[in-house]
Design a protein around this ligand. Structure first.
Ligand SMILES: Cc1ncc(COP(=O)(O)O)c(C=O)c1O
Length: 487
């Protein structure tokens, strides 16, 4: 294809920029140069895909990218045309926003995650086995509504306490006590979900070049945040009963690791839990080497039988654990309420940084979260949630056994949101995801979590129970198609 200045475009698969973005950039340059004037049609997706020798889905993504920047418009039946508004008319006078957008030090989200998100935006009927989020009916919506109707909101409306709303911290302290964690209000920082705790820790307590150890596979691999902070990442392989504590000492000798990030209960993505014996060993080794542990614990209260092992924080005698919790997996991710329990010095430092970033959290969700935790209905909500999650897991397992028989191996764990599955055949993550998207189902490829190809993470929290069979049937068809394409 001829691009700007009549140069022939060549796909560069070695570039870091994904292919669809390379194509979007080429088209943007062609529009800016006047090759495609305002209002003119762009080639059809099929034609352009053939011309460039790429999948049609890549062109669909490239056009979606241009649409989101306002440069082109798409109408059903009349294809994609160059926008007539000021973006399309004089793009050469506008700053190069793409260059700015790529220039900052914060890395963009992983291409697989962006692909999954955009596929869900463009496909209203997608069965979502990718999101680590509860389905709508599992949120405590009725309970929240009755709190809002029955209890007057009379809180002061100025900036709240830098550590988070004092009353919510009182409720959190009581809530954590029931889980065996002694956390006075002064040791709690209320955060915008667990994610903000992880962000503040990487930004404020660590420096570029520091080595940290994370589980392998791990949710943390899905966070470019760790790379953005310039951290060196060391891997602790996860076994059926969690990491091997001796690996911590080895990594310390080899890399002088400065912090450990662990998700000991119903780990994301594997679903495994660190055994009790290993918990004691991890704490002993970390204490001996004086390595702080960040315990990310969003799932312990999803334990189907309420039998999660005590958290590292509950067992911690030496103040070496920074404990992170959240309402996202047990109540509502949209409330954006999480918490960090840490020594006062750390809490003050992080609260000060957050104050500089955004002057703290909004009072409304904090007020609501405090009332929710204190409500009589919350324990019942948790009970209902656990039962529903167990039933959904069972239904997904039934469907997997039916549609995959022996082709997909997995071990179920009594809590969490995910089944971590391994295909018996070698498959390409990319191919399987694209085939699945075409069939209206999404999952997260294992490589997002740092694993080799062939692993997939299926979440049963989000799809409705009645979607489970259809989702797994579509996935099985996608796997067959991927294997057929391979041979
Ligand atoms: C292990 C783990 N930690 C942290 C988070 C972030 O959750 P939130 O910021 O919504 O509390 C997630 C979300 O998927 C997670 O799985």
């Amino acid at each position: 294809m001829n691009g700007v200045y009549g140069m022939t475009w060549k796909l560069d698969r070695h570039l870091k920029t994904p292919v669809y973005l390379q194509i979007a950039e080429l088209l943007e340059r062609s529009i800016a140069s006047g090759e495609y004037p305002p209002g003119s049609p762009l080639p059809s997706e099929r034609r352009l895909a053939e011309q460039l020798g790429v999948n049609r889905s890549t062109i669909v993504q490239a056009y979606a990218e241009l649409r989101s920047s306002g440069l082109v418009e798409s109408k059903v039946g009349s294809g994609t045309t160059v926008s007539r508004n000021k973006w399309g008319v004089s793009p050469s006078h506008t700053p190069n926003w793409r260059q700015y957008a790529e220039g900052g030090s914060f890395l963009p989200n992983l291409p697989f995650m962006r692909r999954i998100r955009s596929s869900m935006l463009h496909h209203g009927q997608m069965i979502d086995m990718a999101s680590g989020e509860l389905a709508e009916p599992l949120f405590p919506s009725g309970l929240l509504q009755s709190i809002m109707q029955e209890q007057p909101f009379t809180e002061p409306l100025g900036y709240d306490h830098p550590q988070g709303n004092p009353q919510l911290r009182v409720e959190l302290s009581a809530f954590l006590r029931k889980q065996g964690i002694a956390a006075p209000e002064a040791s709690i920082l209320v955060t915008s979900g667990s994610q903000q705790s992880l962000y503040l820790i990487t930004q404020c307590l660590l420096a570029p070049g520091d080595a940290v150890a994370i589980e392998d596979p791990s949710y943390c691999y899905s966070l470019p945040m760790f790379q953005s902070a310039g951290l060196r990442i060391c891997r602790l392989p996860v076994h059926h009963d969690g990491i091997d504590p001796d690996d911590i000492a080895r990594l310390y000798r080899e890399h002088r690791i400065r912090m450990l990030f662990l998700n000991p209960n119903y780990q994301n993505p594997t679903g495994t839990s660190l055994s009790m014996e290993k918990r004691q060993r991890v704490l002993a080794i970390a204490a001996e080497l004086r390595i702080p542990i960040v315990e990310d614990d969003p799932f312990s209260l999803t334990s189907f039988r309420n039998q999660a092992l005590p958290s590292l924080k509950a067992l911690d005698q030496e103040d070496i654990v920074l404990y992170i919790g959240s309402l996202s997996k047990i109540a509502a991710s949209g409330l954006r309420i999480g918490w960090l329990v840490a020594p006062q010095t750390v809490v003050s430092r992080l609260a000060d940084a957050r104050q500089q970033m955004d002057f703290g959290l909004s009072i409304l969700p904090q007020w609501l979260a405090g009332r929710l935790l204190a409500s009589e209905g919350f324990p019942l909500h948790l009970l209902t949630l656990r039962k529903a999650l167990e039933a959904k897991q069972q239904r997904m397992i039934g469907a997997l056994e039916h549609y995959f028989s022996e082709n997909l191996a997995f071990t179920a764990h009594p809590g969490g949101f995910n089944l971590w599955c391994k295909s018996k055949e070698n498959i390409s993550d990319h191919r399987l995801l694209e085939e699945s998207i075409q069939r209206g189902v999404v999952f997260v490829p294992g490589s997002v979590y740092g694993s080799e190809e062939g692993f997939i993470r299926l979440s049963y929290a989000r799809p409705e129970p009645e979607q489970m069979e259809s989702g797994i049937e579509r996935l099985a068809a996608a796997l067959r198609a991927s294997l057929a394409l391979k041979s």
